[in-house]
Write a new protein. Structure first.
Ligand code: FMN
Length: 308
């Protein structure tokens, strides 16, 4: 049991646009009103990643993202969060894996020692493909003997190809707002605000020392949704991307000009996959849905309820 007055939550996060911080604040602000103390701890790469990205920079980070190659981070001081009752880990997927700053943070020995034995709630702000990333985070937390007690994943709910266009426009041209033909990029304001509905459930779990009903509440309140069609695309893409990442890495490290041609090939492959092949993949998935329905119900339950 934790005393209400002393409930302390440590929030670790990295964000380029501030979207993830908005989501985290929407969740934690009501908790402050309930008497919790919140300490935000930003994960800061030693060499900042660009924002907005140029097209070349955006593809350059693909192999390191997918293969989870660690980058140097500014040293994290854990001394002010040693008494935390809960850790919230804010993350975003990059190329279907946890973003490089987050995966680098999770690989550090100091992070592992800090997380050992702690309860962790993962919170993501994504385009719409986060399953492989949370699986990787879950595995890493398990290694550190930390307990993943909940997972919130907000996404852009526009049609998949529309959100590809809007996220490129946002990340590369820094245009988040709606255009003549495209909607606003990112997680909607309404979804960000509605995360606050989960705060009371989180508070109840914390004050009762029982997290067993938390994920159920997150699912019921729309804090995470499973889309079978997107999962089909992601799970197939993830396997092939792993091979691509290692193939590029064989040519050189991050920024090495020797990998330029392989990255260029990946870029064309990715664009063909997204705009040329994935619509047929989705059609194939829809046609074969009756055959998959039963197995997908199981997958859905495993993913939403963090059963692996
Ligand atoms: C290099 C890169 C790769 C990304 N890959 C994915 C992805 O695989 N799946 C996804 O849902 N979103 C992806 N995104 C979107 C991010 O997860 C995130 O929603 C967006 O970058 C805003 O995050 P932030 O401002 O909190 O850093 C990617 C973004 C970047 C910069």
């Amino acid at each position: 049991m934790t005393d209400k007055k002393h409930t302390h939550i440590a929030v670790f996060y990295y964000t380029q646009t501030g979207q993830l911080l908005d989501i985290l604040k929407s969740l934690t602000t009501p908790l402050e009103g309930m008497g919790c103390r919140i300490t935000y701890k930003e994960i800061v790469p030693e060499e900042p990643f660009p924002f907005p990205w140029t097209s070349d920079q955006f593809y350059e980070i693909f192999p390191e993202s997918r293969a989870e190659v660690p980058f140097k981070l500014r040293e994290m001081d854990f001394s002010d969060v040693l008494d935390a009752d809960l850790v919230i880990l804010g993350y975003q997927p990059w190329y279907l894996a946890p973003s490089v700053p987050v995966s680098s943070f999770l690989r550090l020995e100091t992070t592992g020692s800090y997380l050992n034995g702690r309860n962790v709630l993962a919170v993501a702000g994504t385009r719409n493909m986060w399953v492989s990333a949370i699986k990787s985070i879950q595995a890493r937390l398990r290694q550190h003997k930390a307990n993943l007690v909940g997972h919130i994943a907000l996404e852009d709910r526009h049609q998949n190809l529309v959100s590809v266009l809007t996220i490129f426009r946002w990340l590369i041209n820094n245009k988040k707002e709606a255009g003549k033909y495209l909607p606003e990029a990112g997680v909607s304001e309404c979804d960000i605000k509605s995360v606050a509905a989960i705060s009371q459930d989180l508070f109840n779990a914390l004050s009762g020392g029982d997290f067993s009903q938390l994920q159920k509440a997150i699912v019921e309140k729309g804090g995470i949704r499973f889309n079978p069609g997107l999962y089909f695309i992601e799970s197939n893409g993830n396997k092939i991307w792993g091979k691509w990442a290692h193939w590029v890495l064989k040519k050189g490290k991050y920024g090495d000009p020797a990998r330029k041609n392989r990255l260029l090939l990946f870029k064309y492959y990715l664009l063909t996959l997204i705009f040329g092949i994935s619509p047929f993949g989705s059609l194939f998935f829809t046609l074969t849905w009756p055959l998959r329905k039963k197995s997908y119900r199981k997958i859905e339950k495993n993913i939403l309820f963090l059963q692996n």
